[in-house]
Design a protein around this ligand. Structure first.
Ligand SMILES: Cc1cc2nc3c(=O)[nH]c(=O)nc-3n(C[C@H](O)[C@H](O)[C@H](O)COP(=O)(O)OP(=O)(O)OC[C@H]3O[C@@H](n4cnc5c(N)ncnc54)[C@H](O)[C@@H]3O)c2cc1C
Ligand code: FES
Length: 253
């Protein structure tokens, strides 16, 4: 695992997938950082005072010599990101945090993604070389991204939308319960990334695996304690000991 560094990168492309979702492709000034699935980067605009803080984004992939981030428009920082153009400069720290541990042989990786949680699970699916099963949910079809690409890197792709516009009507948790019904749960190792409510629900199903939390982060490097999450063994920093935690470790209230 490469140690984190602060580096500048040039925007190559900022592709809009739909109204709220983009893929930002940047080329680092130095060597390409070797990130592992589950790790993240803090991304900011050099010289910009508002917002002052960099924001965390999961390692999505490296494609054609560019480091890519899949992101959703939320507030100030992502609005600024959305208007970045080829040639603009960004400032990045990373890779940060602990990656997803790989499962024991013979266990089937079962990836459960809610919304932009797919950004962090995409490279993990890719690393399993077509063996992973992916269950992916969102509120509507606009929140299910890159489904054709995903089909090409996994064994099974199950989709759910709350409005029923694509896949099963319901949440990804409904889909997960349906998938597990009558199966031996111990055959799978679950990897879940998405909203807190979804991670809480996954954690209550008695499964073996990992959740990746998307806590708000200020420093991203373990200094400010702003990202502390309650765990069964005390508070831990999502940016340092996480963002990936074993299921059962995080106490979701
Ligand atoms: C480890 C990690 C990895 C992440 N990876 C990705 C990724 O790959 N793609 C992506 O789109 N986003 C990702 N996020 C979330 C991303 O960091 C936030 O969307 C971003 O910081 C929002 O910044 P903003 O200034 O645009 O929004 P702000 O102005 O800071 O906030 C706007 C609104 O969004 C809400 N919000 C902000 N951050 C979060 C959050 N973390 N969880 C829930 N609600 C939030 C705020 O409460 C507020 O209502 C990740 C977060 C973490 C901690
Ligand atoms: S964000 Fe500062 S300690 Fe984690």
């Amino acid at each position: 695992m490469s140690s984190p560094s602060l580096f500048k990168a040039k925007v190559i492309k900022n592709a809009r997938l739909n109204v709220e979702h983009f893929i930002l492709s940047v080329r680092p000034e130095g060597i390409m950082p070797a990130a592992q699935p589950g790790q993240f980067f803090m991304l900011g605009i050099p010289g910009r005072l508002d917002p002052l803080l960099k924001r965390p984004f999961g390692y999505f992939r490296v494609k054609e010599d560019a480091l890519e981030f899949l992101y959703r428009l939320r507030g100030k920082a992502t609005a600024i990101m959305s208007v970045l153009d080829a040639g603009d400069e960004v400032e990045i720290i990373g890779p940060l945090g602990e990656p997803y541990p790989l499962p024991k042989p013979k266990k089937v990786p079962l990836l459960v993604a809610g919304g932009t949680g797919i950004a962090s699970l995409y490279p993990l699916a890719d690393a399993f070389g077509g063996e992973a099963l992916i269950l992916y949910g969102g509120r509507n079809s606009d929140e299910l991204l890159l489904t054709e690409e995903l089909r090409g890197i996994c064994r099974v792709l199950g989709l759910a939308t709350e409005d029923g516009s694509v896949g099963v009507k319901g949440t990804v948790i409904d889909l997960l319960k349906e998938f597990l019904a009558g199966k031996n749960k111990n055959r799978h190792v679950v990897y879940a990334c998405g909203p807190r409510g979804m991670l809480k629900a996954v954690s209550e199903l008695g499964l073996e695996g990992y959740v990746s939390v998307e806590e708000r982060m200020a420093c991203g490097i373990g200094v400010c304690l702003g990202c502390a999450v309650k765990t069964s063994t005390g508070h831990k920093r999502a940016c340092k000991e996480g963002p990936v935690f074993r299921i059962g470790e995080v106490v979701f209230e």
